[in-house]
Design a binder for this molecule. Structure first.
Ligand SMILES: [Fe+2]
Ligand SMILES: [Fe+2]
Length: 376
């Protein structure tokens, strides 16, 4: 698998032998934060087999031996996609934005930026505060710590674009507060994610565990895997016409991170469900997709009140449903939108940056750290 290419439809559920539930002793730690000593308080080496995604009782300060070596690989791959927004030339974007974009294109561009920047703050807080602290294996937390940084980097990137283009900051950042179609997506995300924000969440309770898995599925599979993944595509549509190429290049870097965030999150959830013998309630999952679809439809029709050349609300929503089906398959769930076709067949190519070098004439594919990255 190309680590940055979103092409892992048939990713198998990892074969992990489910350990017996640990016996809780009076001295055993109750939460991840307390998991620094072996049960009983005695001295004993860490065994990989004792680790759990959640509800573990091992030492979370010791990285290896790994139970989830794939998580460490995710961390290494993530570190190969490092950039700073100030490294990308935005000069032509200033010209494009002020002199070439139509009013409809500027409306779309500004509102996409307004939605994304609020979303990435929310993403940073969610992965750091709601998800990461619930994990009881350090190799999972290490990648999520990197993810927290990446979400902050994405916020910096949007801010850099807003500053460079001389947009009115207060107005852009407040759009989600005053535009119902943007507000709706953020409100839905907050409602889903706030349910698992509490640090004293008792994941030994089955209903709470189900809520946690459902919320993380919303975050990784929909919020990151659909809304972010498909959220950049209106800007890429401009890029394909030679417009706003600096902004689009910034977003290509972000998209590459998000492909990994989604893949990692869904894998953690599959692992958790396997270990905890948990099945998601189909009705609850169906509700998840229906809510996401309704808010996305309102958003698409707002940002694309007028279609722009090569892009429309129908194309955007069609691609959302096509990608949503992929996320469901990756989780072994029923497709929520049977028969949905790819309306933006070029979007996956954006994730596979190796192929984009000549077509988009960007420098993305040439950038890597350490000089040792193989792209396939
Ligand atoms: Fe992000
Ligand atoms: Fe993310």
């Amino acid at each position: 698998m190309n680590a940055f290419f979103d092409d892992w439809d048939d990713a198998p559920t990892p074969a992990v032998a489910a350990p017996e539930a640990p016996v809780r002793t009076t001295l055993a730690p109750a939460t991840a934060a307390e998991s620094v000593a072996p049960p009983g308080g005695g001295l004993a080496p860490v065994k990989a087999a004792d680790k759990r995604v959640v509800n573990g009782h091992g030492d979370i300060n010791q990285l290896a031996p790994f139970r989830y070596p794939w998580a460490w690989e995710f961390f290494l791959k993530a570190n190969r996609n490092h950039w700073a927004p100030t490294e990308i030339n935005m000069a032509q974007d200033v010209q494009d934005y002020h002199h070439k974009l139509t009013a409809a294109e500027r409306h779309m561009f500004e509102n996409v930026l307004a939605y994304l920047t609020t979303s990435d703050i929310l993403a940073m807080r969610n992965i750091g505060l709601a998800v990461m602290e619930k994990m009881t294996a350090p190799e999972l937390q290490i990648y999520q710590a990197r993810q927290v940084f990446e979400e902050a980097l994405h916020t910096w990137t949007y801010q850099h674009c807003i500053e460079t283009l001389n947009l009115e900051q207060e107005e852009i950042y407040n759009r989600y507060r005053v535009v119902p179609a943007i507000h709706g997506k953020i409100v839905l995300a907050n409602r889903r994610l706030e349910k698992i924000l509490r640090s004293d969440l008792d994941l030994s309770d089955r209903d709470t565990l189900h809520e946690f898995a459902l919320s993380y599925l919303f975050f990784a599979g929909i919020f990151e895997g659909c809304w972010f993944y498909n959220g950049f595509s209106p800007i890429f549509a401009l890029q394909r016409r030679g417009l706003m190429k600096g902004t689009a290049e910034q977003f290509q870097y972000i998209m590459r991170d998000e492909v990994l965030h989604c893949a990692f999150g869904l894998r953690v959830i599959r692992e958790l469900m396997h270990e905890e013998n948990l099945t998601l309630d189909p009705k609850a999952v169906a509700e998840l997709w229906a809510e996401a679809d309704a808010t996305e439809e309102a958003y698409a029709h707002y940002i694309l009140q007028e279609a722009i050349l090569g892009y429309s609300a129908d194309l955007h929503l069609g691609q959302f449903r096509f990608v949503a089906n992929r996320r469901a398959r990756q989780m072994g769930l029923d497709e929520p939108f049977p028969g949905a076709q790819a309306t933006l067949p070029w979007l996956d190519e954006q994730a596979n940056l190796r192929k984009e070098k000549n077509f988009f004439e960007t420098r993305v594919t040439e950038y890597q750290t350490g000089g040792s990255l193989a792209w396939e």
